[in-house]
Ligand binder design. Structure first.
Ligand SMILES: NC(=O)c1ccc[n+]([C@@H]2O[C@H](COP(=O)([O-])OP(=O)(O)OC[C@H]3O[C@@H](n4cnc5c(N)ncnc54)[C@H](O)[C@@H]3O)[C@@H](O)[C@H]2O)c1
Ligand SMILES: O=C(O)C[C@H](O)C(=O)O
Ligand SMILES: [Mg+2]
Length: 444
């Protein structure tokens, strides 16, 4: 499938006669546009106005689509072109809402002062009660320093806010968790760690998001060690979980034993290194990798992986190839070997599109829109928050990957992200492991 990241709604007026909508649809298709929703805005005796959502590969293609409709003439007009994505972001995607209805003075006194003072005392006497009498136990901070926003690079945390709001919306939608974006204007590990340590009390967990490598490794390790609440860097472990799930599904379909497969990782940053570590811990015997940075290669060696010399060598050598470089088009169709599994996970554009990879001979291919950490992080946090766990462990992550794979239909790599079952099953699997681990090692 071609990547069509440009989505616009074209407002088109046509004469109210049969066949005109068909002409417009053909004009859009002839110019290469893909039609999404069509909504009729007004039907008059003489003319009809519709919103037609069109997905295009580029701005040039969008211009060609508009030109193609306009050239139909005979009463067919393009009134306006609106950017749905920008429009959907007007005013932001999230808001803090009260769970209480405050209608009377009695409500006010119960919810706020003077009643609230008693609750403060209860928590002062027993801080654990904050988990029951506040929203803290259901709230996760989504923290970024803006250094690796998707594959867009170091664009700053403010520019990354739409992604953080998106993650908060997904937390709410799939796990009923309140996600609070925290935008840091420092990426110095000491400052990041100290800042989060100073504010952590207000949260039940910390999701680190789009923090670049290598500083993300130190930040996560230190926070995991020093904070008494679950911390997870989504781009590392959320991605590793979903990637493992996709590869388990691919191996199930092809009858291959994952542990015997040769797996190659292109890009050994936050996502790539975590994927390698996850696969090696799962039992993969030959885990290979490439990166353009020597320090990243050194990290792979330290964890027991094999460094290859080039992307060409990796593509030649590996049965399963995963890419997380942020570089669109890095994998050329002529590099693809017949029967390979190719997961080109960079967002917003993959290293090779699934359609190109399959055309070039891949047995299975997917990009970062479907193999996406949205399948993991909401359920993982729901599970640990339900269990009251203080950390997210490797066994919980493997259980989450297995749960995602178990929810995947035969012939698919991962479930649909809107399938509510997958998030419930991930949460259950993580909660089960968390409770087992807490029984074995009760918190002090
Ligand atoms: N699908 C998902 O769920 C998901 C999750 C996390 C990250 N990602 C994507 O993965 C990409 C990387 O994210 P990250 O957080 O790991 O970033 P990162 O900056 O930590 O890592 C990127 C790595 O790729 C390497 N690299 C860049 N160009 C290369 C090239 N030409 N050849 C070899 N290596 C190259 C860099 O040296 C770096 O080590 C982004 O595009 C992001 O959107 C996808
Ligand atoms: O944000 C996403 O869609 C996935 C991932 O966290 C990424 O950084 O690309
Ligand atoms: Mg991310």
């Amino acid at each position: 499938m071609t990547v069509r990241n440009i989505i616009r709604t074209i407002i088109v007026e046509t004469p109210s006669k049969p066949g005109n909508l068909g002409k417009v649809a053909t004009a859009i298709g002839m110019a290469g546009g893909d039609i999404g929703d069509i909504t009729t805005i007004k039907v008059g005796p003489l003319s009809t106005v519709r919103d037609i959502t069109v997905h295009c590969e580029s701005k040039e293609q969008l211009d060609a689509v508009i030109q193609s409709i306009q050239s139909l003439e005979n009463g067919i007009y393009v009134h306006a072109v609106s950017d749905d994505v920008l429009r959907a972001h007007e005013g932001g995607k999230i808001q803090m809402k009260s769970r209480m209805d405050i209608r009377s003075l009695a409500d006010l006194r119960r919810v706020y002062t003077p009643g609230v003072a008693d609750v403060c005392r209860v928590i002062q006497d027993d801080p654990d009660k904050a988990r029951y009498y506040t929203s803290i136990g259901n709230t996760v901070a989504i923290v970024t320093d803006g250094t690796a926003i998707l594959g867009l690079g170091n664009i700053g945390s403010l520019a990354g806010m739409p992604v953080m709001e998106g993650k908060a919306a997904l937390f709410d939608r799939f796990a009923g968790i309140s996600g609070i974006p925290i935008l840091l204007n420092t990426s110095d590990p000491d400052e990041v760690v100290n800042t989060i340590k100073k504010i952590y009390q207000g949260f039940g967990g910390i999701l680190l998001e789009d923090i670049g490598s290598p500083h993300c490794f130190e930040i996560e390790e230190r926070l995991k060690e020093e904070l008494p609440i679950p911390v997870m860097h989504d781009d590392q472990h959320g991605t590793a979980v979903v990637t493992l799930a996709a590869v388990i599904s691919a191996c199930r379909s092809t009858g291959v034993d994952l542990k015997d497969a040769v797996v190659g990782q292109i890009g050994l940053g936050a996502a790539g290194l975590a994927i390698c570590r996850m696969f090696m811990a799962y039992g993969v015997k030959e885990m290979c990798g490439v990166d353009r940075q020597e320090a990243a290669l050194e990290r792979l060696r330290r964890y027991g992986g094999t460094v290859l010399q080039s992307i060409e060598e990796l593509m030649e050598h590996c049965d399963i190839v995963i890419a997380t470089t942020g570089v669109p088009g890095l994998i050329k169709p002529e590099m693809v070997r017949k029967g390979q599994v190719i997961l080109a996970l960079s967002n917003p554009k993959p290293e090779i599109t699934p359609a190109e990879a399959v055309k070039a001979g891949a047995a299975f291919a997917a990009d970062g829109r479907s193999v996406n950490n949205v399948l993991g992080f909401p359920g993982i946090f729901r599970g640990v928050l339900n269990a009251g766990a203080k950390e997210i462990t490797h066994s919980m992550l493997v259980a989450a990957a297995q749960a995602i794979a178990d929810c995947t239909a035969s012939g698919e790599l991962v479930p649909h992200p809107l399938d509510p079952k997958v998030h419930v099953e991930v949460a259950r699997a993580v909660e089960r492991v968390a409770e087992r681990e807490m029984e074995m090692e009760p918190a002090l």
